[in-house]
Design a protein around this ligand. Structure first.
Ligand SMILES: NC(=O)c1ccc[n+]([C@@H]2O[C@H](COP(=O)([O-])OP(=O)(O)OC[C@H]3O[C@@H](n4cnc5c(N)ncnc54)[C@H](OP(=O)(O)O)[C@@H]3O)[C@@H](O)[C@H]2O)c1
Length: 441
């Protein structure tokens, strides 16, 4: 092996699932990484809350600390990797590292989705690299692809399965006839879902990722609060089975579209055609379809989480930083592909104005006239029915599912119709509604 010309001195904060794997990769691939960039990556200082009490990988001769500020303030470091997650102290640590002129790498989508403006602007003003590839879809290099490989194109839509926990649950409901609660427990047993899974199953994690994806894909500022977010708790086995009868699979999709000067941003369960590539993405895998004017549709698929895949993305960001570290004159590519001030403030289409086809499941009394009553409420809102499935009564059930697929209709009209239908005495509980996306490339 040749001798690397330079050296990049790194600090690492957080030695959990991802941090430990970053240490492993840096150690295991050290010679190969040095050959690739003619620069050796040296871990100089590591901080983690339980560093003296929890087992951790061999940290060579690195200085050890329980205080993350010791890393940020270490004058020897050129780059700080933040892998503790959450908002504070991660936000203050990153800003302080940037202010000190250090390059930063993070996997923290929760932080960047909400405090992106402050952090991206600070990095640009200070001229330091900010890597965040691991924050969206783990090991899949989707951010770098949008920023660099697809930079020449104009993207008009993006569809992502970006939460592995939800995809695992929906796959298990489909393939093992499991109900939602059983599939969720299995995800927890597999270490895919937290004890409090709401962040994943209510769509918040996917919405944070969509915020970053849309900024990169369209060059617009996206406030996290502008993403319409709906999770998968309300879905049952019945919905998965009916979807299949109609020729679809149900996925939690993160959707961004740019049409007529408006940007649409939404995360919700979506019926995708069985023939589409996204329908075949099972288990904890992630996949993203990008639709551009020149390229058409392209698909990016892989492991969206887990220590080793996420660590691979973190280390690729560290390698990227070797391009500019120590070279004050080198021109830094902005993290979002555009300088923050170049991002447009695009109007966001209100969810009520979104147009879609819908699957709607009602639980209804098995008696004459029910379908006519529901169809009447839909017709009042100009919603036309594409097809209907009604099951006969089984011996034990007092009510039966009635499933309707609509033609394209406005969200406002559908909500108004459902408010009316949900109040009919023959309808039990609330209707379950899943939007349909046909054109996924
Ligand atoms: N895990 C994944 O698959 C994955 C995928 C994509 C992105 N990410 C992102 O990667 C980041 C790290 O995730 P992770 O799964 O590695 O988390 P984790 O396993 O919970 O590890 C977090 C580590 O940070 C330490 N820590 C937390 N707060 C600290 C503080 N104030 N000072 C010092 N150390 C502190 C923890 O110490 P203790 O051990 O004492 O708690 C732990 O070692 C998060 O932003 C997450 O969203 C993770």
């Amino acid at each position: 092996m040749g001798v690397a010309a330079g050296e990049l001195r790194l600090g690492l904060i957080g030695l959990g699932t991802v941090g430990s794997e970053v240490v492993h990769l840096l150690e295991h691939n050290a010679d190969e990484l040095a050959r690739k960039r003619n620069c050796r990556l040296r871990l100089v200082h590591v901080a983690s809350r339980s560093i003296h009490t929890k087992p951790h990988p061999d940290l060579g001769g690195a200085r050890l600390s329980t205080d993350p500020w010791a890393v940020v303030r270490d004058p020897e470091l050129e780059l700080v990797v933040e892998l503790i997650g959450g908002t504070e102290p991660a936000r203050s640590l990153l800003l302080a590292a940037i202010e000190a002129g250090k390059a930063v790498v993070t996997a923290n989508k929760a932080l960047l989705a909400v405090h992106g403006e402050e952090i991206f602007s600070a990095a640009e003003e200070r001229g330091v690299p900010l890597g965040f590839e691991a924050s969206v879809a783990g090991g899949i290099p989707i951010l770098r692809t949008l920023r660099e490989s697809l930079a020449a194109d104009r993207n008009h839509a993006l569809f992502g399965i970006v939460n592995g926990t939800c995809n695992y649950i929906l796959t298990m409901m489909r393939e093992q006839d499991a109900e939602f609660e059983t599939a969720l427990r299995s995800a927890q047993d597999e270490g895919l879902a937290e004890a409090d899974p709401s962040f994943d199953i209510d769509g918040i994690d996917a919405a944070q990722k969509l915020t970053l994806l849309a900024m990169l894909a369209f060059g617009v500022r996206v406030p996290f609060e502008a993403v319409y977010t709906e999770g998968i708790r309300q879905l049952s086995q019945t919905d998965i089975l009916f979807a299949r009868e109609f020729g679809y699979e149900i996925k939690l999709l993160a959707i961004a579209k740019q049409e007529g000067g408006l940007v649409e941003l939404r995360v919700h369960p979506t019926m995708v055609p069985q023939r589409s590539l996204l329908a075949g993405v099972g288990g904890a895998y992630n996949a993203i379809v990008v639709q551009g004017q020149a390229l058409g549709s392209s698909l990016y698929f892989g492991r969206g989480a887990g220590g080793p895949p996420t660590a691979a993305a973190v280390v690729s960001d560290i390698l990227d930083a070797t391009r500019t570290c120590g070279l004050a004159s080198a021109r830094q590519l902005p993290g979002l592909g555009y300088a923050w001030k170049e991002l447009r403030s695009a109007p966001i289409r209100p969810m009520d104005e979104v147009v879609s086809e819908y699957y709607v499941r009602f639980q209804v009394a098995d008696q004459p006239g029910v379908l006519a009553a529901i169809a009447g409420s839909l017709a009042e809102q100009s919603i036309s029915i594409a097809s209907v499935i009604q099951r006969g009564r089984s011996n034990s059930d007092a009510s039966v599912p009635l499933v309707i697929r609509t033609h394209a209709a406005g969200e406002r009209n559908l909500k108004a119709a459902l408010r009316q239908v949900n109040q009919l005495p023959v309808v039990e509980g609330q209707a379950v509604c899943v939007r349909i996306e046909e054109n996924l490339g």
